[in-house]
Design a protein around this ligand. Structure first.
Ligand SMILES: Nc1ncnc2c1ncn2[C@@H]1O[C@H](COP(=O)(O)OP(=O)(O)OP(=O)(O)O)[C@@H](O)[C@H]1O
Length: 252
């Protein structure tokens, strides 16, 4: 179980995330929505450790991660989709995923045969690339991939780490119409496995409606709605805060 308790960050006088308390269970997919500047990405950054909270806590399975760096949080099971800049852009796709698998397994594994060990890592990396439909591009240089394939590689790297929590920040942003379903299928497959906690920041409400079990709404850094997707989307607070419709218009 991932929990945030009174999670808060101030930038000068501005409270970007304001005492957000929320728990996210394994097997659930929660969409985090809200207008531009609501604090969604900042909330993600506080959970994954890219930013340190001014106040409050992040807990995973009861362990307080608040004081840990982002890499240590990753090792505890918080998996956030990487940007290409965090990968090895000048190495082949397969090498990137192999290194992620190796990082997860630990480098100090005592293997009878180094070659077998290497073969085993490659086999796992290739299986993950097949899962994200990138197997045929395994020898391409990561930086040379088209945008949609780079996003798939980011998901592959995440899968290689076998996190407890998957965090996706606008996973389909900048993708062409034919690439979007591949990423959504991948998220759907992860959800179907049933044991991961999945958090998704997404602006496209059709995607949210289809994938999420639950929606939380941030507005001015505060948690203003939390619940069943259909009910939350229909609620006056969301129609007003997110879709820009006045509550009285919704009620009418
Ligand atoms: N490092 C920072 N320094 C100062 N202010 C920041 C910083 N990071 C975020 N903010 C501010 O915090 C608020 C929340 O920003 P954030 O990017 O989290 O919003 P968001 O909901 O993800 O928006 P969007 O949907 O546009 O991505 C904004 O007012 C933003 O300007």
């Amino acid at each position: 179980m991932l929990e945030t308790k009174n999670l808060t960050i101030r930038f000068g006088g501005h409270v970007a995330v304001d005492h957000v308390s929320c728990a996210f269970a394994p097997g659930s997919l929660t969409a985090i929505v809200g207008p531009n500047g609501a604090g969604k990405t900042t909330y993600f950054n506080l959970i994954s450790g890219q930013l340190r909270a001014t106040e409050g806590q992040v807990l995973l399975d009861g362990e307080d991660l608040t004081a840990l760096s982002a890499p240590l949080r990753t090792r505890r099971g918080l998996g956030r989709a990487f940007q290409l800049t965090q990968l090895f852009p000048h190495l082949p796709v397969l090498e990137n995923v192999r290194l992620a698998v190796q990082a997860r397994r630990g480098i100090g594994l005592k293997m009878l045969s180094v070659w077998l060990h290497h073969r085993d890592l490659i086999d796992e990396a290739m299986a993950i690339l097949a899962q994200v439909r990138l197997a045929e591009k395994s020898s391409a240089i990561a930086a040379a991939l088209p945008h949609g394939d780079q996003r798939k590689l980011e998901v592959a790297m995440l899968i290689a780490l076998q996190p407890k929590v998957y965090m996706f920040d606008e996973p389909t942003a900048g993708m062409s119409v034919d690439e979007v379903p591949v990423i959504l299928d991948l998220i759907r497959e992860l959800k179907a496995q049933g044991q991961h906690t999945i958090l998704l920041v997404e602006h496209k409400m059709d995607v949210v409606r289809e994938l999420a079990d639950r929606i939380i709404v941030l507005h001015n850094g505060q948690l203003v709605a939390d619940g069943d997707p259909a009910e939350v989307i229909a609620s006056p607070v969301v129609q007003n805060a997110y879709l820009g419709v006045a509550p009285e218009e919704v009620a009418a």
